[in-house]
Structures are given as C-alpha cells and as structure tokens.
Design a protein around this ligand. Structure first.
Ligand code: ARG
Ligand code: ZN
Ligand code: CA
Length: 329
C-alpha cells in the first residue's frame, strides 16, 4: 500500500515535471523550427526529472544513495578480484591449525593442496569428472562459480589430543583459535582428531557468528595418505554444507535434500559403490547419485554436484544471499 502511494506521488510529480518539459520542448522547436529545422537537438529529460523527484522525496533519496553504494561496491568487488569478470565469486580463506604433534602441524604445501582440490571440485575441473555416468551428465552442475583464495594461515600449539564437535577449537578461551572476521572470511580449523568424525560445518544461517566455518581433522585435509579419505574431499563436502547443501539422502530414510535433480535415496552410501545402485525409495527404478559430494562414499568415489545443488550454493553467495559478506574484504 505504502509502495503504491509512493508510486502515485512520484508518478504525479514526474508527469507534472514532464508536462513542463514537454511544453518547453514543444515550444522551442516550434519557434526555432520556423527559422531552421536543423537547430533541433533531441533531448532526454530523465536526469532532470529525477533530480526534481529526488528534491521532493526523502525516501527516494534514500533509495538513490543505496543504489549508488551497491553499484560502487560491485565495481569495487570486481576490481579487488572478489567477483571475477565471469561472475565467479572468490572466497577468502583463513586456515587455523591447532596441532600437538609435528605431523598435525601440516605443511603450507598440504594446505595449498586442499585449496587446489576445492578449486578443482567447485569448477568441475577435477580429474575424475569424466566418471559421471551418462544418466547424470545432463544434470551435473558444471562450474559452480565459486573459487577459494588462501589469505592467512594461523598456527597454534596445544596439548589437546582429541577434539569434539562442540566448537571448542573456535575460541581462545577453550584452547582454540578465534575466528577471523567470519562475515567476510571463510574460516577453516584443522585439528588433530575428532574420533570417527572427519569434519563438520556450519550452515549459512550461522553466517558471521563466532563459530561460523568448517572443522577438519588434519589427516583428511588436502592430499594425504589417509586412504580412503585422502583426496581432500572431506573439505569439498563440508564446504557444500557451508554453502547450504544437505546430505543427499536428506538425513532421514528417503529424506529430502531440497534438491529436485538428486534422486531420493534410502540413506547414506559408503565405500566405492558400483553404478547403477538402486537403493531408491518409490516410483521408477533408477540409480541413486552416490557419486555426489554430499553422500558418504570414499573420496575416490565422489566427483560431482548437481545443477540443483549449484543453484542453492549460488543463492547463498549472491549479493542478496546469507554469505554475501564473503564478497567484501
Ligand atoms: N562429515 C562427514 C564425516 O565426518 C564427512 C564425510 C566426507 N566424506 C568423504 N568421503 N571425505 O563423516
Ligand atoms: Zn556432511
Ligand atoms: Ca533430491
């Protein structure tokens, strides 16, 4: 209602202003045309009309200021390389390493190998992409349009042998490392061990909170010798959650992952299943997409996201999305 009223007011004002301009435009050529038709120059009143409207409408002025701020922000993002020319978003990454043994104090090379794997998997340039079964080729995501850039590595020695999924690693007061500006940076904590847990993530509703980010056990971070979780795909999976993907089985028997192009499946798959795999729920007999990063199969058995998953992730990093802050730093 408020919008309608405002629209009416602006329109009313504009037409008043327009009719003024119209009179001028009509009058001048009319007078001058009498002597010389070539004196006529075409005109556009948009900016003048706008200025008049702005002068008389505080809400419109506010909208104008916001619009220009957004435009400048986008231009700046482009300049900073945060939004690449092809629309790809570059996410700045902070890696926080909490180590007890020297093996847990993973090398810069191992950290970079994880960044490289994320970049390959999220751009569909992973070397095993050609393993996608023909049945799923048309629904494969292709390039997600999200890149990762390592900004800082923080290291801290600790006597803690084993961590739990209670976020202790994310606070100095509980022997961890505080997140670096989680609204604008993607924080990853690399810890010694979490029992059977390879990693865990916060979803986008936690964007910017103190505990926002992903935790991964050192021996599964990057290229490691921890087969069958040795290819850095624990991070690929956890970043999927960070960008709002659910497990492909919807965390329930025949559950819903809110993605229509991933077939419903009875539950998680493990190991290296052979295609086709029919643990379907109802309806047509078809293989499930166990090779999806959001299933629980071995690193070597997962190599794709679906288009529907891409849409969900893109909506999160869009300028209107929960993680739009990652575009600024
Ligand atoms: N959060 C899952 C877990 O801890 C990660 C599974 C990742 N899967 C993989 N193949 N790396 O089990
Ligand atoms: Zn998971
Ligand atoms: Ca689905």
């Amino acid at each position: 209602m408020k919008k309608l009223l405002l629209g009416a007011v602006v329109l009313g004002f504009m037409s008043a202003c327009n009719s003024d301009n119209m009179t001028n435009q009509n009058e001048n050529p009319a007078k001058e045309d009498a002597s010389s038709a070539s004196m006529f120059k075409r005109g556009c009143a948009s900016e003048e009309v706008r200025q008049e409207a702005l002068k008389n409408n505080a809400e419109l002025r506010q909208r104008f200021v916001k619009l220009e701020a957004n435009t400048e922000k986008f231009a700046n993002d482009l300049k900073m390389g945060k939004v690449l020319a092809d629309g790809t978003i570059e996410i700045p990454v902070i890696v926080n390493v909490l180590y007890r043994t020297s093996a847990e104090n993973i090398s810069d090379a191992q950290i970079q190998s994880q960044i490289n794997t994320l970049n390959a998997d999220y751009s569909a340039t992973n070397s095993d992409i050609n393993k996608i079964p023909a049945e799923f080729a048309s629904t494969a995501a292709g390039n997600i349009g999200v890149k990762f850039r390592l900004v800082t590595v923080n290291r801290k020695s600790t006597t803690v042998r084993s961590w739990r999924t209670n976020d202790a690693m994310k606070k100095t007061s509980t022997k961890g490392i505080d997140a670096t500006d989680p609204t604008h940076y993607f924080n990853i904590w690399v810890v010694s061990d979490m029992g059977g847990i390879l990693g865990y993530a916060t979803f986008p509703e936690s964007a910017g909170l103190w505990n926002d980010g992903v935790v991964i056990a050192a021996k599964y971070f990057g290229n490691t010798s921890s087969a069958p979780y040795d290819l850095g795909r624990t991070a690929t999976h956890e970043v999927g959650h960070y960008l709002n993907l659910r497990h492909i089985w919807g965390d329930a028997n025949c559950g819903n992952d809110l993605v229509t192009d991933t077939p419903t499946q009875t539950g998680a798959n493990y190991g290296k299943p052979t295609y086709p795999l029919y643990n379907t729920c109802t309806g047509v007999q078809r293989s499930v997409m166990f090779m999806n990063y959001m299933d629980y199969v071995d690193d070597a058995a997962m190599f794709m996201f679906s288009s529907g998953q891409k849409t969900r992730m893109q909506s999160v990093v869009a300028s209107t999305g929960a993680r739009a802050g990652l575009r600024l730093y």
